[in-house]
Design a protein around this ligand. Structure first.
Ligand code: HEM
Length: 495
């Protein structure tokens, strides 16, 4: 009898849950795929991250903004111009991140990428200063030094076989971030240790994405018993231990320099700002607070930078005419500046800018971003989204709107000629997000990417036998190309 009762309760719950999904979908007036009770659409996304990426693109090609259900979680994917323009209006207050972002908290409870409120505001105040225009110039020495190390590390590959450049990009990108964020010195961490740090960090991001596709692991009470939790925790413990050690070492150095009256330290390293700032309640930032923020920054900056560099180098290797034009522009600027690269002439490389922007358009490193609605919203299609809905802006498809980019699937740096940019509304290009929660590392990131590219282009020509058809793009928080960066290099005459 009890057993029959339980069965009836379970079936009633499933029917009720399923009907709720259908009603929510009907109210939104968004297209969707057939929904399965309990699973929603999750069965479409159980394959590899590459297959998942392809599946989303596939759905988007045949429909305007659409809705999916992860279990019974209603998830609108928005990308057509009218919907995006409407939703991102300031009065809709898109400040809070979608529920899935909470999974990032495995890295630390204080999460600038996720939080909204006091913690967010006090960290943002410190970090905005660190990446302000005036301060950016101070990081260029680190960018140049690390980019030159990358050039030197590649010397043995000249004239040789195809190799995967991705591992080198990983190492040098994490080195730049550890250097500029925490003042890492070669004597503190060996190359092997830095590589291990980068790998463990990437593993954590991968585990976070895996949880996103396993709806049964959404409740923390179930996740805590999973193997994924165990694996993730191992990597997090390691990463936090190393980060804490680096912060303590920097703090010690900072205090000694302050005692000796040398106040110069605080200008070139992000975390120095924490040592001289207070939280809103007047207390100091603790080592744990700073560790949380550093890990959030690495999360935001590491793989996005590598993803950008990997795809730009592949696009340049495939499109040799574009690579030649980048090289010629660089040659001119270097000649005019005695071979020296600084923030000033980096900013003047207009064609390189066009190439970077076009790669970000076609392959945005963050392919979608999610927001939690804090009020009910009526959509331009007459549909209705309730407060509490997690809305995802599908940047990859926002960037492929034929109304604004003729032949949107084709790589064409001329899409970013200044006169073409002026003709378009700004919301059709958002590789760094939008509004108040837009990436504030964007100028910093572009400077890193440009510095590395200039050093590489100045010294080497890149070649590949692959085409864009060989790409295996995958969504793993950031966009990954599963084929890596298979290139060969030849040297350039010295300029
Ligand atoms: C090419 C490289 C980068 C890309 C494409 C990128 C992209 C993005 C995007 C799309 C967002 C918005 C996420 C959202 O709305 O949910 C974001 C946020 C953020 N990014 Fe970046 N990012 C890059 C590099 C960096 C770097 C180097 C840093 C810092 C060192 C950084 C720090 C942040 C932070 C702190 C946020 C959160 C801002 C907030 O929520 O208010 N990013 N980034």
């Amino acid at each position: 009898m009890i057993f029959v009762g339980i069965i009836i309760c379970v079936i009633s719950y499933l029917v009720f849950d399923f009907l709720q999904c259908l009603i929510t979908l009907k109210k939104s007036k968004l297209p969707s795929l057939p929904i399965l009770p309990l699973l929603g659409h999750v069965h479409h996304f159980l394959g590899s991250t590459n297959a998942t990426f392809e599946k989303l693109l596939d759905i988007a090609k045949t429909r305007k903004s659409f809705a999916l259900f992860f279990g019974s979680i209603f998830t609108p994917y928005i990308y057509d111009f009218e919907m995006v323009s409407h939703l991102i209006k300031p009065e809709n207050q898109m400040y809070q991140k979608a529920a899935q972002y909470d999974f990032m908290r495995v890295l630390g409870q204080r999460q600038i990428f996720v939080d909204w409120g006091t913690q967010y505001k006090e960290s943002k105040r410190v970090l905005i200063e660190a990446v302000s225009h005036g301060n950016l110039k101070k990081y260029i020495t680190s960018f140049n030094r690390n980019a030159q190390n990358l050039v030197d590390d590649l010397r043995s590959k000249v004239g040789g076989d195809v190799f995967d450049l991705k591992a080198e990009l990983d190492f040098h990108a994490i080195s730049i971030l550890l250097d500029t964020i925490m003042g890492l010195e070669a004597s503190i961490m060996t190359r092997d240790e830095i590589e291990l740090f980068g790998k463990e960090y990437s593993k954590i991001l991968k585990y976070i994405v895996r949880r996103g596709y396993k709806v049964w692991l959404y409740p923390s009470s179930l996740y805590k018993f999973s193997n994924l939790f165990k694996l993730c925790n191992q990597s997090v413990s390691y990463i936090r231990k190393v980060t804490r050690k680096l912060i303590e070492s920097r703090k010690e150095k900072f205090e000694v320099s302050e005692l000796n009256g040398q106040k110069t330290l605080r200008t070139s390293v992000f975390i120095d700002k924490y040592f001289v700032s207070k939280k809103d309640d007047g207390s100091d930032f603790s080592i744990e607070d700073i560790t949380d923020d550093v890990l959030a920054l690495l999360g935001a900056g590491f793989e996005t930078t590598v993803s950008s560099l990997s795809l730009i180098i592949m696009m340049l290797s495939i499109n040799q005419d574009v690579q030649e034009k980048v090289f010629e522009e660089l040659k001119e600027k270097l000649k005019a500046n005695d071979g020296y690269l600084d923030t000033y002439n980096l900013n003047e490389l207009q064609y390189l800018d066009q190439v970077i922007h076009e790669t970000w358009r076609l392959h945005p490193p963050v392919s979608s971003i999610g927001r939690l609605l804090t009020k009910d919203i009526v959509l331009p299609n007459g549909g209705y989204l309730e407060k509490g809905t997690n809305v995802w802006f599908y940047i990859t498809m926002i960037h492929r709107d034929p109304k604004f980019y003729p032949e949107p699937e084709i790589f064409n740096p001329n899409n970013f000629l200044p006169e073409r940019v002026k003709e378009r509304p700004p919301q059709v290009f958002m590789p760094f997000g939008f509004g108040t929660r837009k990436c504030f590392g964007n100028i910093f990131a572009k400077l890193v990417i440009k510095t590395i590219l200039c050093h590489l282009m100045r010294n080497y020509q890149f070649h590949t036998t692959k085409t864009e058809n060989d790409f295996q793009l995958a969504f793993e928080i950031t966009l990954k190309n599963k084929i890596g960066v298979p290139v060969s290099i030849t040297s350039r005459p010295k300029i």
